[in-house]
Design a protein around this ligand. Structure first.
Ligand code: ATP
Ligand code: MG
Length: 176
């Protein structure tokens, strides 16, 4: 097995909770190893006070939140579509910048689901353009096959239980 440093494409998908938190756990580990990290959250509003962004600020992690919160009627959300494409352009710029070692594209799969980006084109761009040593982590339900296929690591979160189903609301520090 080769121990040479190689950028990985990592996918966290599935219906169970833990995709975003897994990606952020990796960021924590990577920062500890001196890797320069960048997080782009595609659907989260910058207005909310998320536990993770408070810590990111303390640790000096580059962090971008695009979008206006979760989208329920994508066909009516042209503004979200424009923001999403802008966020992908930003991701491409950061990937090519040479200034980072790991990038997280959080809730990336929704851009394909809503038809805002083409999965085959994005997969091709990533395989051709991404620097060899850069780790790319993408999260979201229903990740397109084109990305799953080219990924080095794919983990699917399986829903076994979720507190919402028992009527237990979002807990600070667990959900946000
Ligand atoms: P987390 O950010 O906690 O790691 P996630 O990234 O896996 O969760 P998403 O699909 O991004 O989950 O959904 C975001 C929100 O939906 C979270 O608040 C999460 O708790 C909630 N959620 C995730 N899975 C479920 C589920 N199976 N049933 C109900 N709510 C869920
Ligand atoms: Mg998530």
């Amino acid at each position: 097995m080769s121990t040479e440093r190689r950028g990985l494409l990592i996918v966290y998908t599935g219906n169970g909770k833990g995709k975003t938190t897994a990606a952020l756990g990796l960021v924590l580990r990577a920062v500890g190893q001196g890797l320069r990290c960048c997080v782009i959250q595609f659907l989260k509003s910058a207005r909310g006070r998320w536990g993770e962004t408070v810590v990111a600020e303390k640790l000096g992690i580059e962090w971008h939140q695009m979008g206006r919160g979760f989208v329920f009627r994508p066909e009516a959300q042209t503004q979200d579509a424009a923001l999403a494409r802008e966020a992908w352009a930003l991701a491409q710029e950061r990937i090519l910048s040479g200034e980072i070692d790991l990038i997280v594209l959080d809730e990336f799969s929704y851009l394909f689901e809503f038809g805002w980006l083409n999965a085959a084109e994005v997969a091709r761009w990533l395989s051709e353009q991404r620097p060899k040593q850069l780790h790319v982590v993408v999260t979201g339900r229903n990740m397109p096959e084109a990305l799953v296929e080219m990924a080095d690591l794919v983990t699917e979160m399986v829903l076994v239980k979720h507190p919402y189903d028992a009527g237990i609301g979002a807990q600070a520090g667990i959900e946000f």
